[in-house]
Design a protein around this ligand. Sequence first.
Ligand code: FAD
Ligand code: DLZ
Ligand code: SF4
Length: 512
Amino acid sequence: MSGNLRFVLGDQLTRDLSALADIDPARDAVLMVEVEAEGRAVPHHRQKIAFLLSAMRHFAEALRAEGIRVDYVRLDDPDNTQDFTGELARAVARHGPKRVIVTEPGEWRVEEMMRGWAQSLPVPLEIRADDRFFCSRADFTALVRARKTGRMEFFYREMRRRTGYLMDGDTPVGGQWNFDPDNRKALPRGTRVPERRRFPPDAITREVLALTASRFGTHFGDLEPFGWAVTRADALLALDDFIAVGLPRFGDYQDAMRAGEDFLFHSLISPYLNCGLLTAREACDRAVEALGDGAAPINAVEGFIRQILGWREFVRGIYWAEMPGYAGGNHLNATRPLPALYWTGDTPMRCMAECIGTTRRHAYAHHIQRLMVTGNFALLAGIEPAQIEAWYLAVYADAYEWVELPNVHGMVMHADGGRLGSKPYAASGAYIHRMSDYCTGCSYDPKVKLGPGACPFNYLYWNFLIENAAVLSPNPRMAMPYRTLARMPAAQRAEIVQAARVFLDGLPTDWG
Ligand code: FAD
Ligand code: DLZ
Ligand code: SF4
């Protein structure tokens, strides 16, 4: 072979990817590999594996249709060594390229592999920046030095200024940077939630579903019904669908939850953004257009832009700026093993059962379910960060470590000591009761604090504050709950600790 081998990973399915930028179809080849090691790095949800393998196969077809040579190694190829390093070495031996070209990966683990390839391959390795983000890793480091990344809000404003999104000269469109106070409404009873466009499996997806069932049969999660888009064209239709039926009320009900409604007004585009079928820029552009057309209000569009231009870019920046040390922290010294209910969904807590149910059905749960239900429970129960992180990385179709880890380790578990968020998002049952209808029909009562029928979130919340008082009470943002705790009679505090201990020690951890 007289050209270069361009190795494209499963979350790099973007035609404009830096590793494909200057491809010469006459001399170069693209390598894509399906390997068991990636499906088992954590035991990924079966629907996530099928989604990604199908998207990879469709992407390879699209490149071939352009006349690009794609060397595609299938999972069931008998010669497949089943990991990236083995497959790259075999491909280099097959093709004898001048160079191997890759785009930087989304996980530290894989970047370490790449550093190994630079040593072990008989040809030079070129690692290119991933320019699918608004803020490059180098830009973020510069912002850290300029002290503009202390909090997401300041980073986000800087990104608004840099991109010009929702800016009117130097001032934010609508006169304020942040419409969060408008975006915390519970869903009024009777509100109609739109049907969302889903994409029935084609022949390639059906083949991959069967392969996933046979190779990853023991993994968590339903394979079907499968409704994800697996091509760029369909992912664009999914974005259109969101802009038309979801975005107008996205802001109002961003934090709402309703039993049986798995998607509400959320965009469902994170799996596409993160594997490359859609770009962050086109998602933001479409939302801004909708504002200009009068099809969506400013609180919705700003809320959506904030998630993508703000949070998504911020967590990626933190990940690469702080790794590898970031993953090792355990600020609250949480050590409890992950309860089996995270895998089985078998619990009388209706909120947890609902959120784990949607996770099992779709490899998806929306943000507030992840943060304020399954995440809040993990925080209050003191689950060991590494165990709950592995769960989140496994169960969501959009999960890659660059985005999962800061959200779980930092935002949910406060295990980073406050790098990501200034205080833990701990909440009692009152929050879930206010923002959802889960408590109706639950075996517990959110208004009961202790004793028979008490909502576990209530005593777990106070127990969490008691157990972590030494670390958390000096935090000025925690002053209010600690003042309330200080007024609580000692006997009541003892009862809380006892109720939490009985409840937590009674949770099975074995689900095999
Ligand atoms: P929408 O609610 O429609 O939001 C629009 C987009 O904003 C999302 O597609 C996503 O790209 C971005 N976004 C929103 N919030 C965040 C955030 N906190 N961090 C980064 N991007 C954000 N998101 C992932 O993409 N992968 C993960 O592995 C992941 N793990 C999470 C774990 C926890 C504990 C929490 C609290 C959040 C996590 N998130 C993760 C963020 C968020 O929950 C998902 O991006 C969102 O639920 C995806 O659904 P959606 O596309 O319908 O999002
Ligand atoms: C998540 C995943 C899975 C399950 N399988 C593959 C695969 O077979 N081949 C591949 O190239 N990528 C896969 N991925 C995505 C990778 O895990 C991801 O590219 C790296 O973690 C870097 O972010
Ligand atoms: Fe969840 Fe408590 Fe409400 Fe039950 S009562 S759904 S456990 S918050």
